[in-house]
Design a protein around this ligand. Structure first.
Ligand SMILES: CC[C@H](C(=O)O)C(=O)SCCNC(=O)CCNC(=O)[C@H](O)C(C)(C)COP(=O)(O)OP(=O)(O)OC[C@H]1O[C@@H](n2cnc3c(N)ncnc32)[C@H](O)[C@@H]1OP(=O)(O)O
Ligand SMILES: [Co+2]
Length: 139
């Protein structure tokens, strides 16, 4: 398994619009994407570019959103997950399973349009970890 670059840091928020204002006005972010819905993943997403990675702002979308419980515990939002790139999602899936880590579901299409899966925080030192196949042009 080849662990690649840190693609993004997931930050859960009760309001993407409010968070955009903070990253724009307080953090001085100059490259903020348009928010978009990912109904299949139960989130609304907005990417804030940094020089070497991205902040992925995520807001609950729908009653079954996987981040609702997180926001109930952390009403102001907060750091939610880390996402690393791999060259081959299936090889990575087999790798984590071979290590006995709890993979959450099967690979599905993530916010960058490539396959992703999550590894339970209990097996990752308390860090919800997303694994994402690198976009093809980066292979
Ligand atoms: C995929 C689109 C996009 C992309 O980048 O492409 C995204 O990243 S979308 C991100 C949102 N989607 C997900 O997070 C899917 C995977 N997550 C899950 O399945 C759940 O969030 C899960 C199972 C990690 C936690 O579910 P839930 O919070 O409902 O369960 P519990 O409250 O029982 O939590 C169990 C246990 O884990 C701790 N926990 C929960 N969330 C986190 C977290 N983000 N980081 C670290 N730890 C977390 C929680 O505190 C519980 O611990 P315990 O000691 O048992 O109280
Ligand atoms: Co993510």
């Amino acid at each position: 398994m080849i662990l690649g670059r840190l693609n993004h840091i997931g930050v859960a928020t009760p309001s993407i619009d409010d968070s955009i204002a903070v990253y724009r006005d307080v953090m001085g972010a100059t490259a903020i994407g348009e928010p978009f819905d990912l109904p299949a993943q139960g989130v609304r997403v907005c990417f804030v570019d940094t020089p070497n990675t991205q902040i992925e702002l995520i807001e609950p979308l729908g009653d079954a959103s996987p981040i609702r419980a997180f926001l109930e515990k952390n009403p102001a939002g907060g750091q939610h997950h880390l996402c690393y790139e791999v060259p081959d999602i299936q090889a990575a899936l087999a790798w984590f399973r071979s290590k006995g880590a709890k993979v959450l579901g099967e690979p599905r299409t993530g916010a960058h349009g490539t396959p992703i899966f999550f590894v339970h925080p209990k097996d990752m030192g308390g860090v919800l970890t997303e694994i994402m196949e690198s976009p093809r042009e980066q292979h």
